[in-house]
Design a protein around this ligand. Structure first.
Ligand SMILES: Cc1cc2nc3c(=O)[nH]c(=O)nc-3n(C[C@H](O)[C@H](O)[C@H](O)COP(=O)(O)OP(=O)(O)OC[C@H]3O[C@@H](n4cnc5c(N)ncnc54)[C@H](O)[C@@H]3O)c2cc1C
Ligand code: FES
Length: 240
């Protein structure tokens, strides 16, 4: 069951073009990879909490990997050690785990939920991470992914790894399952035969299915709530 926690900031520092936030919530809780938390932004002009996927969990410590895109994430990036964040979760359905060899594809900030997912997969893990340029990642961040799986990088400008878009390098071969997170256009362009799950984003208000503010339309014309029915969906629900 989701609860509101007081999360004491232990660390909140830059990691390439991203920030890595670790908080202590005082007790260890069960979290399914792909679930997310809503963090309250204590600014007068910001009503809605902001959503962040779980990046990692160790005992009572939760970590989030985020990119500063606006006022909420800007405010978050300025929180110092010892600050008490108001955190609500875990929310959403989470990925379904399978045994075997998995490919985890992350576009930009979409890499965030894949680390904890990779840690929890019982089998071989291949990461395929894409970004605009090399400076998006810190070496330290990449080494964490390398510690739990094979890592291949793709950059749009070719400054690290292969050049182009991450989706160009997804191969069908030998995978039991593919998991992906990134911009909607990236997810829709994934063309594979093996089962695949994707993590979607939307503007989140309540976070537990009540307001229907986060609706997405599936290929069958059904409307689903990203916060409650998702954020993890079968690829076939969003792309033909
Ligand atoms: C389930 C879920 C999990 C997420 N996990 C992460 C994560 O692990 N790391 C991370 O960095 N971000 C994550 N996000 C996105 C994050 O919630 C937004 O970046 C954040 O809410 C932006 O807040 P802001 O106040 O800084 O931006 P705002 O000032 O509100 O907006 C600034 C810009 O960001 C865009 N934006 C705002 N919210 C979103 C959104 N939800 N998705 C895409 N663009 C948005 C706006 O359109 C605008 O262009 C997640 C979103 C969802 C729904
Ligand atoms: S944010 Fe309220 S239903 Fe999803």
């Amino acid at each position: 069951m989701p609860e509101i926690y007081s999360g004491e900031v232990l660390e909140n520092r830059s990691a390439g073009e991203l920030f890595l936030l670790t908080v202590s919530i005082g007790k260890s809780i069960d979290i399914i990879p792909g679930q997310f938390f809503l963090i309250r932004i204590d600014r007068e002009d910001t009503v809605l909490r902001r959503a962040f996927s779980i990046f990692d969990k160790n005992d009572d410590r939760l970590s989030f990997l985020y990119r500063v895109v606006g006022k909420g994430t800007g405010w978050l990036s300025e929180r110092k050690t010892g600050y008490e964040l108001n955190i609500f979760g875990p929310l959403g359905n989470g990925f379904s785990l399978v045994e075997g060899r998995s490919l985890l594809v992350g576009g930009g900030t979409g890499m965030a939920p894949l680390y904890y997912l990779g840690k929890n997969i019982n089998g071989d893990v291949d990461f395929l991470l894409g970004a605009q340029r090399k400076t998006f990642w810190s070496e330290e961040l990449l080494s964490r992914y390398r510690d739990i799986g094979n890592l291949e990088l793709v950059t749009e400008d070719g400054s690290s790894g292969k050049k182009g878009l991450v989706t160009q390098y997804i191969k069908n071969a030998c995978y039991t399952k593919v998991y992906a997170c990134g911009p909607m256009e990236m997810l829709k362009s994934i063309d594979i035969d093996v089962p695949a799950e994707v993590s979607l984003e939307s503007v989140i208000a309540c976070g537990f299915g009540a307001c229907r503010g986060c609706i997405v339309e599936t290929v069958s014309g059904e409307y689903k709530r990203v916060c409650k029915d998702g954020p993890i969906f079968d690829l076939r629900e969003i792309s033909i």
